[in-house]
Design a protein around this ligand. Sequence first.
Ligand SMILES: [Fe+2]
Ligand SMILES: [Fe+2]
Length: 280
Amino acid sequence: MPVCDDLLSAIETLDPLPITAQRLIGMLGNDNIPLQNVVDVVENDPAVAANILRMANSPLYGGRFKVERLRDAVVRLGTTALLDIAMGGYLRKLSTKAPLYDLGEDELWLHSAVAGLAVQELSREAKNDVPGSAQIAALVHDIGKLIMVRYRKVHASVIIERCQEKGWSFIEAERDLFGCDHAEIGGAVARAWDFPEAIAHAIAHHHDSPLEEGNATLDAVVAANFVTKTIGVGLGAEGLNLRIDQGCLVRLGVDFDAFCRACARTAARLGDLRKAYGLN
Ligand SMILES: [Fe+2]
Ligand SMILES: [Fe+2]
Protein backbone atom coordinates (compact mmCIF):
# COMPACT_ATOMS: atom_id res chain seq x y z
CA MET A 1 0.00 0.00 0.00
CA PRO A 2 1.59 3.37 -1.00
CA VAL A 3 2.15 5.95 1.73
CA CYS A 4 -0.33 8.87 1.50
CA ASP A 5 1.15 11.98 -0.18
CA ASP A 6 0.45 14.38 2.69
CA LEU A 7 2.25 12.06 5.13
CA LEU A 8 5.19 11.67 2.77
CA SER A 9 5.62 15.44 2.60
CA ALA A 10 5.27 15.59 6.39
CA ILE A 11 8.50 13.57 6.65
CA GLU A 12 10.36 16.56 5.18
CA THR A 13 9.19 18.70 8.09
CA LEU A 14 11.03 16.53 10.65
CA ASP A 15 14.27 18.07 11.96
CA PRO A 16 17.37 16.50 10.38
CA LEU A 17 19.16 13.90 12.49
CA PRO A 18 22.29 15.07 14.36
CA ILE A 19 25.40 14.54 12.25
CA THR A 20 27.00 11.98 14.62
CA ALA A 21 23.84 9.87 14.46
CA GLN A 22 23.83 10.08 10.67
CA ARG A 23 27.42 8.86 10.53
CA LEU A 24 26.77 6.06 13.02
CA ILE A 25 23.64 4.67 11.40
CA GLY A 26 25.45 3.23 8.39
CA MET A 27 28.16 1.75 10.63
CA LEU A 28 26.02 0.24 13.36
CA GLY A 29 23.84 -1.55 10.87
CA ASN A 30 26.89 -3.33 9.46
CA ASP A 31 28.30 -6.14 11.63
CA ASN A 32 31.67 -5.98 9.82
CA ILE A 33 32.61 -2.38 10.68
CA PRO A 34 35.64 -2.30 13.05
CA LEU A 35 34.81 -1.05 16.54
CA GLN A 36 37.54 1.58 16.26
CA ASN A 37 35.64 3.33 13.43
CA VAL A 38 32.64 3.73 15.73
CA VAL A 39 34.86 5.00 18.55
CA ASP A 40 36.48 7.53 16.17
CA VAL A 41 33.10 8.96 15.22
CA VAL A 42 31.82 9.41 18.78
CA GLU A 43 35.17 10.73 19.99
CA ASN A 44 34.73 13.71 17.69
CA ASP A 45 31.49 14.71 19.38
CA PRO A 46 32.36 15.71 22.98
CA ALA A 47 28.75 15.92 24.18
CA VAL A 48 27.97 12.47 22.83
CA ALA A 49 31.24 11.03 24.18
CA ALA A 50 30.47 12.38 27.67
CA ASN A 51 26.98 10.93 27.61
CA ILE A 52 28.28 7.55 26.46
CA LEU A 53 30.63 7.38 29.44
CA ARG A 54 27.91 8.54 31.84
CA MET A 55 25.38 6.02 30.58
CA ALA A 56 27.90 3.16 30.50
CA ASN A 57 28.46 3.68 34.23
CA SER A 58 24.77 4.06 35.07
CA PRO A 59 22.98 1.22 36.89
CA LEU A 60 21.28 0.27 33.60
CA TYR A 61 24.54 -0.79 31.95
CA GLY A 62 27.07 -0.58 34.78
CA GLY A 63 29.16 -3.65 35.36
CA ARG A 64 31.30 -4.41 38.36
CA PHE A 65 33.96 -2.01 37.13
CA LYS A 66 33.73 1.63 36.22
CA VAL A 67 34.68 2.20 32.59
CA GLU A 68 36.82 5.18 31.78
CA ARG A 69 37.84 4.53 28.19
CA LEU A 70 35.37 5.47 25.47
CA ARG A 71 36.11 2.22 23.66
CA ASP A 72 35.06 0.15 26.68
CA ALA A 73 31.97 2.28 27.17
CA VAL A 74 30.94 1.75 23.53
CA VAL A 75 31.28 -2.02 23.94
CA ARG A 76 29.31 -2.03 27.18
CA LEU A 77 26.43 0.04 25.83
CA GLY A 78 25.77 -1.77 22.59
CA THR A 79 24.12 -0.48 19.48
CA THR A 80 20.73 0.73 20.68
CA ALA A 81 21.94 2.88 23.55
CA LEU A 82 24.79 4.24 21.46
CA LEU A 83 22.50 5.35 18.71
CA ASP A 84 19.94 6.75 21.12
CA ILE A 85 22.65 8.88 22.74
CA ALA A 86 24.04 9.95 19.36
CA MET A 87 20.56 10.99 18.35
CA GLY A 88 20.91 13.45 21.23
CA GLY A 89 17.52 12.66 22.66
CA TYR A 90 16.02 13.27 19.20
CA LEU A 91 13.41 10.58 19.70
CA ARG A 92 12.57 11.75 23.18
CA LYS A 93 12.28 15.36 22.04
CA LEU A 94 9.67 14.23 19.58
CA SER A 95 7.79 12.67 22.47
CA THR A 96 4.28 13.82 22.46
CA LYS A 97 0.96 12.62 23.71
CA ALA A 98 -0.42 10.30 21.07
CA PRO A 99 -4.22 10.23 21.44
CA LEU A 100 -4.47 8.30 18.17
CA TYR A 101 -2.74 5.40 19.93
CA ASP A 102 -3.76 6.33 23.47
CA LEU A 103 -0.15 6.65 24.52
CA GLY A 104 1.02 9.24 27.04
CA GLU A 105 4.08 11.43 26.69
CA ASP A 106 7.26 9.33 26.88
CA GLU A 107 5.33 6.05 26.45
CA LEU A 108 6.05 5.91 22.74
CA TRP A 109 9.76 6.53 23.28
CA LEU A 110 9.90 4.10 26.21
CA HIS A 111 8.25 1.39 24.12
CA SER A 112 10.93 1.84 21.43
CA ALA A 113 13.84 1.95 23.88
CA VAL A 114 12.58 -1.21 25.59
CA ALA A 115 12.20 -2.91 22.20
CA GLY A 116 15.92 -2.18 21.71
CA LEU A 117 16.70 -3.88 25.03
CA ALA A 118 14.43 -6.76 24.04
CA VAL A 119 16.52 -7.37 20.92
CA GLN A 120 19.59 -7.67 23.16
CA GLU A 121 17.84 -10.16 25.42
CA LEU A 122 16.44 -12.15 22.50
CA SER A 123 19.95 -12.25 20.98
CA ARG A 124 21.21 -13.92 24.18
CA GLU A 125 18.58 -16.62 23.82
CA ALA A 126 18.46 -17.07 20.05
CA LYS A 127 20.12 -20.13 18.60
CA ASN A 128 20.59 -18.23 15.33
CA ASP A 129 22.43 -14.95 14.72
CA VAL A 130 20.57 -11.70 15.27
CA PRO A 131 22.07 -8.92 13.11
CA GLY A 132 23.22 -5.69 14.80
CA SER A 133 20.86 -3.77 12.51
CA ALA A 134 17.91 -5.24 14.45
CA GLN A 135 18.68 -3.10 17.51
CA ILE A 136 18.58 0.09 15.49
CA ALA A 137 15.42 -0.98 13.69
CA ALA A 138 13.78 -1.80 17.05
CA LEU A 139 14.69 1.59 18.48
CA VAL A 140 12.94 3.40 15.64
CA HIS A 141 10.36 0.79 14.63
CA ASP A 142 7.34 2.94 15.58
CA ILE A 143 8.72 6.29 14.36
CA GLY A 144 5.85 6.43 11.86
CA LYS A 145 3.46 6.95 14.78
CA LEU A 146 4.97 10.39 15.33
CA ILE A 147 3.89 11.43 11.85
CA MET A 148 0.49 9.80 12.18
CA VAL A 149 -0.37 11.61 15.42
CA ARG A 150 0.58 14.97 13.95
CA TYR A 151 -1.43 14.60 10.78
CA ARG A 152 -4.32 12.35 11.74
CA LYS A 153 -6.08 14.11 14.60
CA VAL A 154 -8.39 11.29 15.56
CA HIS A 155 -8.92 9.66 18.93
CA ALA A 156 -8.01 6.00 19.40
CA SER A 157 -11.64 5.18 20.19
CA VAL A 158 -12.47 5.58 16.48
CA ILE A 159 -9.94 2.89 15.58
CA ILE A 160 -11.06 0.63 18.43
CA GLU A 161 -14.67 0.91 17.28
CA ARG A 162 -13.66 -0.13 13.77
CA CYS A 163 -11.69 -3.10 15.19
CA GLN A 164 -14.75 -4.24 17.16
CA GLU A 165 -17.12 -3.74 14.22
CA LYS A 166 -15.03 -5.70 11.76
CA GLY A 167 -13.08 -8.04 14.02
CA TRP A 168 -9.84 -6.50 12.77
CA SER A 169 -6.43 -6.02 14.33
CA PHE A 170 -5.49 -2.45 15.24
CA ILE A 171 -3.17 -2.07 12.24
CA GLU A 172 -5.86 -3.27 9.83
CA ALA A 173 -8.25 -0.63 11.14
CA GLU A 174 -5.48 1.99 10.93
CA ARG A 175 -4.90 1.13 7.26
CA ASP A 176 -8.60 1.20 6.50
CA LEU A 177 -9.24 4.53 8.20
CA PHE A 178 -6.15 6.42 7.07
CA GLY A 179 -5.13 4.79 3.80
CA CYS A 180 -1.79 3.61 5.20
CA ASP A 181 -0.26 2.56 8.52
CA HIS A 182 2.52 3.77 10.81
CA ALA A 183 4.87 0.96 9.79
CA GLU A 184 4.86 2.00 6.13
CA ILE A 185 5.38 5.63 7.04
CA GLY A 186 8.19 4.65 9.44
CA GLY A 187 9.90 2.82 6.57
CA ALA A 188 9.63 5.96 4.44
CA VAL A 189 11.14 8.05 7.29
CA ALA A 190 14.06 5.60 7.56
CA ARG A 191 14.66 5.82 3.81
CA ALA A 192 14.52 9.63 3.92
CA TRP A 193 17.17 9.48 6.66
CA ASP A 194 19.35 7.12 4.57
CA PHE A 195 19.12 4.22 7.00
CA PRO A 196 20.47 0.94 5.57
CA GLU A 197 17.77 -0.79 3.54
CA ALA A 198 17.56 -3.80 5.93
CA ILE A 199 16.52 -1.42 8.72
CA ALA A 200 14.03 0.57 6.62
CA HIS A 201 12.53 -2.70 5.40
CA ALA A 202 12.15 -4.11 8.92
CA ILE A 203 10.44 -0.92 10.09
CA ALA A 204 8.08 -0.86 7.10
CA HIS A 205 7.04 -4.50 7.57
CA HIS A 206 7.02 -4.97 11.36
CA HIS A 207 3.25 -5.53 11.38
CA ASP A 208 3.16 -7.96 8.46
CA SER A 209 1.69 -11.36 9.17
CA PRO A 210 2.73 -13.70 7.73
CA LEU A 211 6.27 -12.35 7.50
CA GLU A 212 8.51 -12.95 4.55
CA GLU A 213 11.03 -15.64 5.44
CA GLY A 214 14.81 -15.32 5.58
CA ASN A 215 15.04 -11.85 7.08
CA ALA A 216 16.52 -12.05 10.57
CA THR A 217 16.41 -8.27 11.15
CA LEU A 218 12.67 -8.20 10.52
CA ASP A 219 12.12 -11.35 12.62
CA ALA A 220 14.02 -9.81 15.55
CA VAL A 221 12.10 -6.53 15.41
CA VAL A 222 8.74 -8.31 15.35
CA ALA A 223 9.81 -10.56 18.23
CA ALA A 224 11.12 -7.55 20.21
CA ASN A 225 7.85 -5.69 19.71
CA PHE A 226 6.08 -8.81 20.97
CA VAL A 227 8.32 -8.99 24.08
CA THR A 228 7.74 -5.29 24.78
CA LYS A 229 3.97 -5.64 24.45
CA THR A 230 3.95 -8.83 26.52
CA ILE A 231 5.62 -7.07 29.43
CA GLY A 232 3.08 -4.25 29.09
CA VAL A 233 5.25 -1.38 27.84
CA GLY A 234 3.46 0.95 25.41
CA LEU A 235 0.32 -1.14 25.10
CA GLY A 236 -1.84 1.89 24.39
CA ALA A 237 -5.10 1.44 22.52
CA GLU A 238 -3.67 -1.35 20.40
CA GLY A 239 -3.04 -3.47 23.47
CA LEU A 240 -2.35 -6.97 22.28
CA ASN A 241 -4.70 -6.65 19.32
CA LEU A 242 -1.92 -7.41 16.86
CA ARG A 243 -1.17 -10.40 14.69
CA ILE A 244 2.25 -11.90 15.32
CA ASP A 245 3.71 -14.40 12.90
CA GLN A 246 5.09 -16.89 15.46
CA GLY A 247 7.43 -18.11 12.72
CA CYS A 248 9.75 -15.22 13.63
CA LEU A 249 10.58 -16.93 16.96
CA VAL A 250 11.05 -20.30 15.28
CA ARG A 251 13.43 -18.82 12.70
CA LEU A 252 15.43 -16.98 15.39
CA GLY A 253 15.69 -20.19 17.37
CA VAL A 254 13.77 -18.86 20.39
CA ASP A 255 11.44 -21.43 21.97
CA PHE A 256 8.71 -20.67 24.52
CA ASP A 257 10.99 -20.91 27.58
CA ALA A 258 13.61 -18.73 25.93
CA PHE A 259 10.94 -16.17 25.00
CA CYS A 260 9.77 -16.07 28.64
CA ARG A 261 13.34 -15.58 29.84
CA ALA A 262 13.85 -12.72 27.36
CA CYS A 263 10.61 -11.12 28.62
CA ALA A 264 11.64 -11.50 32.26
CA ARG A 265 15.12 -10.05 31.73
CA THR A 266 13.83 -7.15 29.63
CA ALA A 267 11.25 -6.38 32.34
CA ALA A 268 13.97 -6.55 34.99
CA ARG A 269 15.94 -3.83 33.16
CA LEU A 270 12.95 -1.53 32.85
CA GLY A 271 13.41 0.16 36.23
CA ASP A 272 17.03 0.99 35.49
CA LEU A 273 16.10 2.30 32.05
CA ARG A 274 13.54 4.64 33.60
CA LYS A 275 16.08 5.81 36.15
CA ALA A 276 18.82 6.33 33.58
CA TYR A 277 16.53 8.61 31.54
CA GLY A 278 14.94 10.34 34.52
CA LEU A 279 11.46 8.91 33.98
CA ASN A 280 9.06 8.12 36.80
FE1 LIG B 1 4.19 -0.72 15.38
FE1 LIG C 1 5.80 -1.22 18.61
